[in-house]
Write a protein that binds this ligand. Sequence first.
Ligand code: GDP
Length: 321
Amino acid sequence: YVGFATLPNQVHRKSVKKGFDFTLMVAGESGLGKSTLVNSLFLTDLYKDRKLLNAEERINQTVEIVKHTVDIEEKGVKLKLTIVDTPGFGDAVNNTECWKPITDYIDQQFEQYFRDESGLNRKNIQDNRVHCCLYFISPFGHGLRPVDVEFMKALHEKVNIVPLIAKADCLIPSEIRKLKERIREEIDKFGIKVYQFPECDSDEDEEFKQQDRELKESAPFAVIGSNTVVEAKGQRVRGRLYPWGIVEVENQAHCDFVKLRNMLIRTHMHDLKDVTCDVHYENYRAQCIQQMTRSLSDSLLCLVQLRRMQEMLQKMQQQMQ
Ligand code: GDP
């Protein structure tokens, strides 16, 4: 026994000491329950100071990017969670290119990271790259709206998109099944690349494989959010109390909230970060380097031409003398 079997423990201890960070973006038309869902997911009130605009104020409103950061701790593990909200998306009368501020924001974070990484002090780089974007789809339509298609197509090469059917309590189970099928078909038809759950390892146990299958089959998750705790069958649960009954956020028979939370926090957070780093950021980096090389070779070409002209001038001067 040499002792390298302790390597995983060493890595574990170091990561716990350093803490973790995760940046989650939420996007979709206002009123679809984004803030309520985020509060339900992380059991915090991230939107205490939110100011809602009236219809008149929203007419000319441009899409804003608002960041909320909270430090959460669970069993000694620290997580710095950043929520990037996009109020105003899809709210104006004219929504042409309303996703532009969002794509610009994602690019800026990549640019900042690229600059920090190429700088002298690479020790304490702050990673503000967006690891996942929850995109809220209205439950009231017949599938994706043009703005949904355009948004996802503009972002799918830059960020892991997880589409969600918002306010799923507005639909009965058969309607949810139909809407899910339709959205899946449209995602395929329009060539949208949403976040793909990684393949399950063949040596995993059967229970894990079953959970993984169910997760994949449930996408796009139909979710419900609530800021209130109600009493259902003698238990206090997060839910929505209607005159005809209670919708429980964490009841898997009512919606996919638990599946989304497990995926986002318990099973796939690390993969979302890996894909951001290895696929989306690498694409950005490759493009940047290509551009830099191109402009460098252009400058070199200019220099060579300048040198040639200087030589010609010198020759002409000599001939004139
Ligand atoms: P946001 O503008 O997208 O952040 O939406 P909010 O979270 O502010 O929610 C807008 C309204 O929808 C509020 O009245 C919420 O109580 C309600 N709401 C939020 N989530 C749900 C849900 O899952 N189902 C239903 N029926 N209403 C919801």
